[in-house]
Design a protein around this ligand. Structure first.
Ligand code: C5J
Length: 223
């Protein structure tokens, strides 16, 4: 198997063949990232997530130019919420619930403005968009079949939030035999302490879930 490129990473170098590697952008949705969106309305500082946009845009451009598979995900639900378990709907007794009218349409409902991907990273024709009801990209989606069909063995993982949907997806992927490189400046958390610990957890214990690297190291490998 060709493993032509190698990235300076933790806990050690990550080798990959671009033809068998997908860039995955997790949940870069308006409601999580934009001022005035659902995330901010819950009291979160969206700047903690927005700092990922510029480096991720550079990575996206480089992966597109290299002809790599690029896959986007969105967290959200059917308009009738039949795919939203009551536990998710009710947990925390939130003032605004999934499906309620929010600042950018019904919260986390497919087809609504806030549910869609931010303009800066919008998918282009041919890039699959995986709509997922859960935190992980594999649960109740066609993500796994898509990776198999394309012969993908490694994932370069980016998006938000580090400790929730990024972590869940990396853990699910790791259990399925995929090798994951998480780009540390292209993933974001509303909580700085979770950002740091979330990244350390991935690469701890010899890379228990995968690898971490700065986007600059990944771009240098791809150049
Ligand atoms: C994501 C969340 N995308 N934090 N969702 O991480 O609820």
């Amino acid at each position: 198997v060709a493993e032509s490129l190698s990235v300076e990473a933790a806990p050690y170098r990550f080798s990959f063949d671009p033809a068998e590697t997908a860039l995955v952008l997790i949940d870069m949705q308006r409601d999580f990232l934009e001022p005035g969106g659902f995330g901010e309305s819950l009291g979160n500082d969206v700047e903690q997530l927005r700092r990922t946009i510029a480096p991720l845009r550079a990575v996206l451009d480089a992966c597109r130019a290299a002809g790599m598979t690029v896959i986007h995900t969105r967290e959200g639900h059917l308009p009738d919420l039949s795919d939203c378990p009551p536990s998710k709907l009710l947990r925390g007794n939130p003032s605004m619930r999934i499906g309620d009218p929010g600042p950018k349409g019904r919260i986390l409902v497919r087809g609504e403005e806030g549910h869609d991907i931010i303009e800066e990273l919008y998918p282009v024709a041919g890039e699959p968009v995986i709509d997922k009801p859960g935190k992980g990209a594999f649960y109740a989606t066609g993500f796994g079949d898509l990776l198999t069909a394309r012969g993908i063995r490694r994932l370069v993982v980016t998006g938000v939030t580090t400790e929730v949907c990024v972590h869940t997806t990396v853990r699910e992927a790791n259990d399925r035999g995929y090798e994951c490189l998480v780009l540390s400046d292209c993933v974001g958390s509303y909580f700085p302490q979770f950002q740091q610990a979330g990244l350390e957890m991935v690469a701890a214990q010899g890379g228990i879930f995968g690898w971490t690297a700065e986007s600059a190291a990944f771009l240098a490998a791809l150049a």
